[in-house]
Write a protein that binds this ligand. Structure first.
Ligand SMILES: Nc1nc2c(ncn2[C@@H]2O[C@H](COP(=O)(O)OP(=O)(O)OP(=O)(O)O)[C@@H](O)[C@H]2O)c(=O)[nH]1
Ligand SMILES: [Mg+2]
Length: 398
């Protein structure tokens, strides 16, 4: 890391509103003199923001906003240009022509946010990848905390306690607390799959659209409308989930509908949570039989649909519906949607005691290392336990 100049684009490659570049090293002041023309007469100094133009062979290429700060080996400059492919590629070429070596992974993303974390900490990089793909606010909050070093500091503290010879029972209790939150963390990386299932015409596609708050799936009074499994990312009370609409399950002579029913059955088997719709205005007997057939495969939430209809409300007290613990919901009016969302959160790994600001392992690799550490402590091998945690932070395989 003692090169004269390292640099490159620190935002992802591709067309975008802006592209951000970073250069580091002793040569930064000279390079900036050649490729950046600041607006105004003040010389470039560390501190503050400057507006100016990037120069390509002396001619203006684009406007840029520049920030300079002192770094251990010279200056560090970040600058943002417009994110067109042409401009970004030219800036990359200019930096290469200036002799810039690529930034190391941890230099590229060090925004100064993670305190108490060693450079190159892979848990921070893992969290950053999660943050970049976050689609729900609880998920963003969780990964922001981990990216700020929350999980890394928890792992570091454990390593220090192992080195200090803390009693194994206390260490194991702390590891178990981390493991208890693993399901919560893993669900942030691999959102739980929720499948809407039920008889044809029971209102699955209408509910699908209502939960997504957009008209995504075709709705029609014709039973057997949905054929394929339709999947969408779904934010449930701020938590990330995958929502799937499926074909209504019934015996059919239509070969395409039969394929659809087969896919629906596969989706039900693979689901983390099945929301089973029962249309109280339809034939209850066959729907209850279907409900019984999918008990135990996944978590099941039974919904009594079309709650806005008077004839549906009239059958809400039917003992068969009550025995299934059905919640009344209307995809059409929105009644019961908020209750269904809170049932979904409670039925998912997000429903436990863990919160987004608590450190939790969030990749399978993390969970394996934590388990390896605990197993080593149980064997009385504290060196192996510390090694497992060090590999966890460095991102090495178990
Ligand atoms: N009043 C009322 N009608 C509903 C509601 N949900 C669905 N419907 C009606 O019921 C019919 C079937 O709705 P869909 O949402 O297409 O039902 P589905 O379960 O997806 O049906 P398939 O795809 O055929 O299995 C349509 O005419 C809808 O307008 C509801 O909450 N209230
Ligand atoms: Mg449908």
């Amino acid at each position: 890391m003692t090169g004269e100049l390292r640099g490159g684009r620190i935002t992802g490659r591709g067309e975008a509103g802006i592209a951000v570049f970073r250069i580091r090293g002793r040569a930064v002041p000279d390079v900036l003199r050649r490729i950046f023309a600041p607006r105004g007469p003040a010389p470039l100094e560390p501190g503050g923001l400057r507006i100016g133009r990037i120069l390509d062979g002396g001619a203006p290429l684009d406007e840029a906003v520049l920030r300079i700060r002192r770094a251990p080996d010279g200056w560090e400059a970040d600058f943002a240009t417009h994110g067109s492919l042409y401009v970004a590629d030219r800036v990359e070429a200019l930096l290469r022509a200036e002799g810039a070596a690529p930034l190391a992974e941890d230099e590229a993303w060090d925004l100064g946010g993670a305190s108490g974390v060693e450079p190159g900490d892979l848990l921070v990089a893992d969290a950053r990848a999660g943050l970049l793909s976050a689609s729900a606010w609880q998920q963003a909050a969780f990964f922001l905390e981990a990216q700020g070093g929350g999980l890394s500091r928890a792992v570091h503290a454990l390593e220090r306690s192992i080195a200090a010879g803390a009693p194994a029972a206390r260490l194991i209790a702390r590891l178990e607390a981390l493991e208890e939150r693993a399901a919560f963390g893993l669900a942030m990386s691999e959102p739980p799959v929720v499948v809407l299932a039920g008889a044809p015409n029971s209102g699955k596609s209408t509910l699908f659209n209502a939960l997504l708050r957009e008209s995504r799936a075709i709705v029609s009074p014709e039973p057997g409308t949905t054929r394929d499994v339709v999947a969408e990312a779904f934010t449930c009370a701020g938590f990330p989930m995958r929502l799937q609409d499926s074909a209504g399950v019934r015996a059919s002579s239509d070969p395409v509908e039969r394929l659809g029913v087969e896919r629906a059955r596969e989706a039900i088997v693979a689901a983390d949570i099945v929301v089973l719709l029962i249309d109280p205005t339809g034939d209850l007997e066959s729907q209850v039989t279907f409900a019984d057939s999918i008990q135990g495969r996944a978590r099941r939430i039974v919904v009594s649909s079309k709650a806005d209809r008077a004839d549906a409300a009239a059958r809400a007290s039917d003992p068969r519906l009550r025995a299934l613990g059905a919640t009344a919901v209307s995809g059409l009016s929105g009644d019961g949607i908020a209750e269904l969302e809170s049932l979904l959160v409670r039925g998912s790994p997000f429903g436990g005691a863990a919160g987004p600001r608590q450190p939790a392992p969030f990749l399978r690799r993390h969970v394996e290392h934590v388990a390896e550490c605990r197993a080593a402590l149980l064997r009385g091998n504290s060196a192996a336990a510390a090694g497992a945690l060090a590999r966890l932070r460095r991102g090495e395989a178990t």
